[in-house]
Design a protein around this ligand. Structure first.
Ligand SMILES: C[S@@+](CC[C@H](N)C(=O)[O-])C[C@H]1O[C@@H](n2cnc3c(N)ncnc32)[C@H](O)[C@@H]1O
Length: 309
């Protein structure tokens, strides 16, 4: 059963500001949220309340967050249009993404704030966050690693379920780590429990530490050697540990390298890294049957729980 936006003042405030800046985004968000039930509203109102009370108190900061969301959505639309015409992403080397995105505070800030809000307003992103939440309910994490946290929301969810966890966040972008820190502080996460490391996950020295839970959302498509990255994550896992991984196929963005044309290629990479799929979900961004996803260049969001094979 759907619930009215007006019953949820914190979500309503954020949608209103986004919608005033961009009526098309208001329409898209309204179409999605109007189909959601109580679980969604509880999640969205609670996230929005934390954001409104801690980070978006002033009108200017709320306007900036809305601009970030709208700009990020437009970036994706523009990349998508180009991709549908050419069949190619606009970059083919992660080093360019580093120079043009990760190391630029202006770009990275709007991108990560926009991405954070997308977990509340994009159907596939919300579905993947729920998938993570469902898994987090089933385990108490002791040693946690997040590769490429970007905005920190996944770590905030993990700490909520396993408040005593210790761990590490590794991201190549100083701005992503700044945004992550501020989000984690907003959720009152004790940052002394987490080592925050700026660096390329493919190169950073992590010593001998093993982790019983690794979260790696949307990172494979950001590096040239996705197979090397996943194999490294697999080696850092305890024998009873699990990885929450998301990635995507046919998903152009400012900073994506084109690795995957279909879900089969993702599964092959997982097997090559010595990992087994415990659970998975593949979500098309357009309502096409699976057999035409690859031919029609349909963006597919993919998430899974992986364990040592
Ligand atoms: C799209 S964001 C993902 C954020 C979040 N994990 C999520 O799924 O919503 C991609 C993140 O990957 C980081 N990143 C890209 N290449 C990296 C690398 N080689 N090592 C560590 N982080 C990297 C970027 O700085 C950015 O924060």
């Amino acid at each position: 059963m759907s619930t009215a936006v007006s019953d949820h003042p914190n979500v309503a405030r954020i949608i209103e500001i986004i919608g005033r800046q961009n009526p098309l985004q208001r329409k898209r968000i309204s179409a999605f949220v109007s189909t959601q039930g109580s679980e969604y509203w509880e999640f969205a109102e609670s996230l929005s309340r934390t954001l409104n009370e801690r980070l978006l108190r002033s009108d200017e900061s709320a306007q900036e967050a809305a601009r970030s969301y709208n700009r990020m959505c437009m970036d994706f639309v523009n990349e998508q249009i180009r991709f549908k015409k050419t069949g190619r992403y606009s970059l083919d080397d992660a080093a360019v993404a580093h120079d043009e995105v990760y190391s630029r505070p202006d770009v990275m800030r709007y991108y990560m704030i926009g991405l954070l809000l997308s977990y509340m307003f994009w159907p596939n992103h919300y579905a993947m966050l729920r998938f993570l939440d469902e898994h987090l309910r089933t385990r108490a994490i002791a040693k946690y690693l997040e590769i490429a946290p970007g905005h920190g929301l996944f770590t905030a969810r993990a700490v909520r379920r396993s408040p005593r966890l210790r761990g590490m966040l590794v991201d190549i972008s100083p701005t992503a780590l700044e945004v992550s820190r501020s989000i984690l502080e907003a959720f009152e996460v004790d940052l002394s429990r987490l080592d925050v490391v700026r660096g390329d996950f493919l190169e950073v020295d992590l010593g001998e530490t093993e982790f019983d839970f690794i979260s790696m959302g949307e990172v494979l498509e950001h590096v040239n050697e996705a197979d090397v990255l996943l194999a490294r994550a697999a080696r850092l896992l305890t024998p009873d540990g699990a990885i929450f991984m998301t990635t995507c196929a046919n998903c152009p963005a400012l900073d994506h390298v084109y690795h995957f044309h279909n879900v089969r290629e993702i599964r092959e990479l997982i097997a090559k890294a010595g990992l087994a799929i415990g659970a998975e979900m593949a979500l098309p961004s357009e309502p096409f049957p699976e057999e035409v996803w690859e031919r029609e260049l349909v963006t597919i969001n993919y998430c899974c729980i992986l364990t040592p094979a």
